[in-house]
Design a protein. Structure first.
Length: 310
């Protein structure tokens, strides 16, 4: 038996936010193009670099809000004689029927202090009634929360170790369905677990070392572009790019050539990122070495730029 969530307000509000973010992203992209100073023959203006960084961050937020909004609109609960399945986004939380000790309404966990007294140390997503994450109930019971209703209108599924807070549209029918099906016994041997889509279950999303290496490489390259934007107009028209054994310059070129260094470094960083992602699943250490090498390359390019300018 399937029960839909009690409210879709948070999902629709989220979609409205997505539309607003998409409009803002389009406006930023148009502004970057309209500035008309995008050229490989000059450093990127600081305004363009700032707007570009803001655009990337905005697109990341847009994707996250879109996922959460769709997850809220598709939130539902399946209950049969084998147990409870909570369908949230690209995840399925499975609770075997024999693990469910009871189902009660959330108002039992709310004191006179109001709704906030029912949640303790909530960690997760929360807006317009939607709560998806982890918390502790007022009796200190750890709980996983997937609800679009206030706690007093939500159902609390109790297991020996923790609880699940859910918001079926008809909570009384939800509780009655469990009472009717529990004595029947399961027909399948379920395990209490969370099943994620292969994409979301990739270890790389939780790998801090990978994100630190890639992030530092990107920051180093961005900082180099910013530095050249600040000093480019003060550089002499001709620069010495190579010196012989006696320390005499044997390669002199126009200052425009110094811009090739961060551009090539950025290209190598992107290639390293792609190669590391390909190798990550089977050769994680090799991926770390590639991403670490990309960071070292950025530092070497920094050194080369400072040597040429200095």
């Amino acid at each position: 038996m399937e029960f839909k969530t009690s409210s879709y307000r948070s999902g629709f509000i989220g979609l409205g936010v997505v539309v607003g973010l998409a409009g803002l992203a389009f406006g930023l992209g148009s502004l970057i193009v309209s500035i008309g100073e995008l050229s490989v023959h000059r450093p990127l203006p600081l305004l363009v670099l700032g707007l570009g960084a803001a655009l990337v961050l905005l697109l990341v937020i847009l994707v996250l809000v879109l996922y959460w909004s769709i997850a809220a609109l598709r939130l539902r609960y399946r209950l049969d004689r084998n147990g409870l399945v909570i369908l949230w986004g690209a995840s399925r939380l499975i609770v075997p029927i024999e693990c469910i000790e009871g189902i009660t309404m959330g108002d039992e966990f709310v004191s006179q202090g109001g709704e906030s007294t029912g949640w303790r140390a909530f960690q997760g997503i929360g807006w317009a009634g939607l709560r998806a994450g982890r918390t502790r109930l007022s009796d200190n019971t750890p709980a996983k929360v997937f609800t679009t209703s206030p706690l007093v209108q939500s159902a609390v599924v109790l297991t020996p170790d923790h609880a699940y807070v859910v918001s079926p549209r008809a909570p009384d029918a939800f509780i009655e369905a469990w009472r009717v099906r529990r004595p029947l016994g399961p027909t399948q041997n379920w395990q209490e677990e969370e099943q994620r889509s292969p994409l979301l279950d990739l270890h790389i999303w939780r790998d801090r070392v990978a994100w630190i290496l890639v992030g530092l490489g990107l920051l180093a390259n961005l900082a180099l572009h910013i530095y050249l934007s600040l000093v480019f107009d003060q550089l002499p028209a001709m620069l010495s790019f190579h010196f012989d054994a006696l320390g005499q310059a044997d390669r002199i070129a126009g200052r425009i050539q110094i811009l090739r260094l961060p551009q090539v470094a950025l290209l190598m960083l992107v290639l390293n990122l792609g190669l590391g992602i390909i190798l990550y699943r089977r050769q994680r250490i090799a991926a770390y070495l590639i991403w670490g090498g990309g960071l070292v390359l950025q530092l070497l390019v920094w050194g080369a730029v400072l040597t040429v300018i200095g």
